[in-house]
Design a protein around this ligand. Structure first.
Ligand SMILES: Cc1cc2nc3c(=O)[nH]c(=O)nc-3n(C[C@H](O)[C@H](O)[C@H](O)COP(=O)(O)O)c2cc1C
Length: 145
């Protein structure tokens, strides 16, 4: 089956403290479940947005995206890209998340023109590059979660 990569962003509906709890739950569920599906990915977040890449077999990624769309913990999901790939960018993880300690505001300035993550300012290729740069930082810090 063809391998694809899907990137989307959404606004979070959570308050700051409930977002932390949500993230723990999402991470536990996603990491285990994604690995079973052969899906890998990365999730970048701040208090306003999630930016996530999912990659794996086309049907699995498609089904997972439609499941995530129904999740009440976010609103206004926006699909940025759905592309065939020959190799994975985030194959080390079922689902990695880029935590606060890794966040370098210079990267946001480069890609979003702001010190904050603002996905509306990213085109698909910049979104992928930004996520790849965070993955590199995570690898460098052995942040395999
Ligand atoms: C920002 C965000 C990202 C998510 N990412 C994943 C993911 O990568 N994999 C996954 O299985 N669930 C993910 N979820 C959780 C799903 O929406 C869903 O709650 C979970 O898969 C459990 O679904 P189930 O109760 O139908 O089994 C995510 C939820 C949010 C809010």
């Amino acid at each position: 089956m063809p391998l694809v990569q899907l990137i989307y962003y959404r606004s979070t509906t959570s308050t700051h403290s409930s977002q932390n709890n949500d993230l723990k739950t999402i991470h536990q569920v996603a990491n285990t479940s994604n690995k079973k599906l052969g899906v890998s990915g990365i999730l970048l977040f701040n208090t306003s947005y999630y930016l996530q890449a999912l990659e794996g077999p086309r049907e699995k990624v498609n089904d997972l995206y439609f499941k995530i769309l129904k999740d009440p913990r976010h609103k206004d999901c926006r699909l940025m890209s759905f592309t065939d790939i020959s190799t994975r960018d985030f194959g080390d993880w079922g689902m990695a998340w880029a935590n606060e300690a890794l966040i370098k505001t210079e990267l946001y300035t480069t890609y979003c023109g702001s010190s904050q993550l603002i996905p509306e300012k990213l085109n698909a290729s910049n979104a992928r590059n930004l996520l790849c740069e965070f993955a590199e930082l995570a690898r460098a810090q052995k942040n395999k979660i």
